[in-house]
Ligand binder design. Structure first.
Ligand SMILES: NC(=O)C1=CN([C@@H]2O[C@H](COP(=O)(O)OP(=O)(O)OC[C@H]3O[C@@H](n4cnc5c(N)ncnc54)[C@H](OP(=O)(O)O)[C@@H]3O)[C@@H](O)[C@H]2O)C=CC1
Ligand SMILES: O=C(O)C1=N[C@H](C(=O)O)C[C@H](O)C1
Length: 235
C-alpha cells in the first residue's frame, strides 16, 4: 500500500518503521506546515497528529477519496461531524482510542468485570491512566473508552477527570517521564479490592495495530473501529 502519514511524531515514525517492514511505501509525511497534500498518491492515510488538527486531516482525506485510519485522541466531541462527513462522501474511516491487541482484549475484560460487579454496592470503581509528560490531552482516549465500557454495564452515568461522586467514574491522569501508556481499573470495597492493569512497554503495539487496521480498511466503505478488525467477540 501507498500510505500517507498525517503526523510525523513519535507515533508517525514508529508507524513508518512497521509499515515499511510490512512492505508498504510511505508516500507523504504531513505536518502543520504542509501545503500540498498528495491525496491522489495515497491508497490509505494514517492520522496520529494533534487534537486540533485531527478533524480537518480526516475530513480532508475523506473528501480526497482516501480511506483514513485515525488514532489521534482528544477530539471526540466532533466524532459525529466526522462520521456524517464520511457517510456523505461514501468514504471509509476507522478510529480507535487504542490500536494495540492487548488493550482491545483489556477493553473486553473491563466490560466483563464491570458486568459481574455491576451494582453490587460493595465496590467503588476508579481508573488511573499514566502517560509520558509530552501528552497534550487528559484523560487518555483509552481511559475514556474504558469508562464508557464500565458505564455501559453499570448504573454509573458519566466519567469525571480527577474526581468522582456516587454515580460518576473518576479517571485520574498521571504524567510521568516517558511512560508509553499504563491503565489500571480498581474496584475498592470494605473488605477487599479488585484491579486489572494494562501496561504498554513501547509504542510498537499501537503502531502495529494501526498498520493492520490500514490494511483491513482497503476496499471498504463506512465507519469502523478496532473491534471490526480484531473479531474479539464480546457483545
Ligand atoms: N490510538 C492509539 O493507539 C494511540 C493514539 N495516540 C495518539 O496519537 C496522537 C499523536 O501521538 P504522538 O505521536 O505521541 O504525538 P507527537 O506529538 O509525537 O506527534 C504528533 C505530531 O503531529 C504533528 N502535527 C501538528 N499539527 C499537525 C497537523 N495539522 N497535521 C499533521 N500533523 C500535525 C506534530 O507536529 P508539532 O510537534 O510540530 O506540533 C507532531 O509531530 C495523540 O493524540 C495520542 O493520544 C498515541 C499512541 C497510540
Ligand atoms: O498519547 C499517547 O502516547 C497515547 N495515547 C492514546 C490514548 O490517549 O489513549 C493511546 C495510548 O495510551 C498512548
Amino acid at each position: 500500500m501507498k500510505i500517507g502519514l498525517f503526523g510525523y511524531g513519535k507515533m508517525g515514525k514508529m508507524i513508518e518503521q512497521i509499515a515499511q517492514n510490512r512492505g508498504h511505501e510511505i508516500v507523504a509525511r504531513i505536518d502543520e506546515n504542509s501545503t500540498e497534500i498528495p491525496y491522489g498518491d495515497m491508497d490509505v492515510a494514517i492520522d496520529f497528529s494533534v487534537p486540533e488538527s485531527a478533524v480537518s486531516n480526516i475530513k480532508g482525506c475523506l473528501s480526497g477519496g482516501v480511506p483514513v485510519v485515525s488514532g489521534t485522541t482528544g477530539w471526540l466531541e466532533k466524532f459525529g461531524e466526522v462520521r456524517d462527513h464520511c457517510l456523505k462522501v461514501q468514504g471509509a474511516f476507522l478510529y480507535a482510542s487504542n490500536f494495540s491487541l492487548g488493550v482491545n482484549i483489556f477493553f473486553e475484560l473491563n466490560r466483563m468485570l464491570a458486568g459481574m460487579i455491576q451494582n453490587s454496592g460493595e465496590y467503588k470503581v476508579r481508573i488511573d491512566e499514566t502517560h509520558h509528560i509530552h501528552k497534550l490531552d487528559a484523560p487518555s482516549g483509552t481511559a475514556i473508552t474504558l469508562a464508557e465500557g464500565i458505564i455501559s454495564q453499570t448504573d454509573y452515568k458519566q466519567w469525571e477527570l480527577n474526581k468522582g461522586n456516587v454515580d460518576t467514574v473518576p479517571i485520574h491522569s498521571h504524567r510521568e517521564g516517558e511512560v508509553p501508556g499504563t491503565h489500571v481499573i480498581t474496584y475498592s470495597g470494605s473488605v477487599d479490592e479488585i484491579s486489572i492493569r494494562h501496561e504498554a512497554f513501547s509504542r510498537e503495539g499501537f503502531a502495529l495495530g494501526a498498520v493492520v487496521a490500514a490494511e483491513w480498511i482497503l476496499g471498504k466503505q463506512g465507519v469502523f473501529n478496532m473491534k471490526d478488525v480484531l473479531n474479539l467477540g464480546g457483545k
